[in-house]
Design a protein around this ligand. Structure first.
Ligand code: DGY
Length: 314
């Protein structure tokens, strides 16, 4: 009998199918006490765990596991898992790439348009009954998207999907990445990307090289009118530096779906700026994508338990 710890019920029927498997016992987190404590208390005899990017799986947790075979994360990101340590113990780490690329790129693109065209502030204005003057030639003017320069930092799956969308919007697309890619975008060095772009979009995952990659020095190189858009990992941006840059008006604004600390506290100084659009980590949050992620995460898990190759291994 294999024992699997499951953080959340997931969309679709995939976990239900697993529940019917007589060889597998699923133990769900019951929302009592901290999730970390639950993992610590139950991981010793677990063969697999199905978690999300909120659960930190570090050496302390891994050391308690005596027979763990697989850590399946319901996310593309795996910065919350000590992957090298898990591997050194023979534990397979799996994730859910590809299926969430398009949904995430859609949201990032939407954030960019929302920030540039005052969609959120316009919506709030009407809801607050503050639209008094009617149509007016200089009312709530924003920046255009078409014809503008989009700078993408990082050209993995999400970067490529953003570039694809941007070409439909007739943008000039430049990118910076460790490697050159065969994409409809021009490679430039980082300083050029920062100084030329009207929109700087971060499409980086989080690792030791990308932690606080966007700091005050880099923000200072951006156009005063440019927007920073981040929809991948919050810790890639030094938030204190972003606050400083917004205070000093050295950039035009920002749109963020991810933050250094989530959920965002309402005292977070970023929230005081009118030229920032924020959403609560919704990149992959569509019915279709979360269903596909559930399929992949469950399949990864059951494949490893059944001694088969997972669909995606980190
Ligand atoms: C991911 O899949 O990594 C998303 O950011 C959710 O954690």
């Amino acid at each position: 009998m294999y024992k699997v710890l499951v953080r959340h019920e997931l969309l679709g029927n995939y976990l239900n199918t697993m529940k019917k498997d007589k060889n597998i016992e699923l133990l769900f987190y019951n929302n009592n006490g901290s999730i970390r404590q639950w993992l610590i208390d139950n991981i010793e005899n677990a063969d697999g765990i199905l978690i999300t990017s909120n659960e930190k799986i570090d050496k302390e947790i891994i050391n308690r596991a005596k027979k763990l075979k697989v850590i399946s994360t319901y996310s593309v990101g795996y910065d919350h898992i000590d992957v090298e340590y898990a591997k050194s113990k023979g534990i397979v780490v799996t994730n859910t790439p590809e299926v969430l690329t398009d949904a995430t790129a859609d949201l990032i693109f939407g954030l960019m348009i929302a920030a540039a065209r005052n969609i959120v502030s316009g919506n709030n204005l009407i809801h607050k009954n503050e639209w008094k003057a009617g149509w007016n030639p200089t009312f709530m003017l924003g920046s255009e998207i078409h014809g503008k320069t989009l700078g993408i930092i990082g050209m993995g799956r999400i970067g490529k999907a953003i570039a694809k969308r941007a070409s439909g919007f007739d943008m000039k697309i430049i990118y910076y990445s460790r490697h050159r890619h065969d994409v409809n975008a021009t490679f430039v060095d980082l300083d050029d990307l920062l100084s030329l772009s009207d929109y700087v979009v971060i499409a980086l995952d989080l690792n030791n090289d990308t932690f606080h990659f966007v700091d005050y020095e880099k923000l200072s190189k951006m156009k005063k009118t440019a927007f920073l858009i981040n929809g991948t990992r919050g810790k890639v941006v030094n938030e204190n530096d972003l606050v400083k840059a917004l205070n000093e008006k050295i950039i035009g604004g920002a749109a963020l779906d991810v933050f250094e600390n989530e959920p965002v506290d309402n005292k977070n100084p970023l929230l005081a700026f009118p030229n920032i659009v924020v959403t609560p980590h919704l990149g992959s949050a569509t019915y279709e994508t979360r269903d596909k992620m559930a399929y992949v995460a469950v399949k990864n898990l059951s494949n490893v338990i059944n001694r088969k190759e997972p669909l995606y291994k980190v």
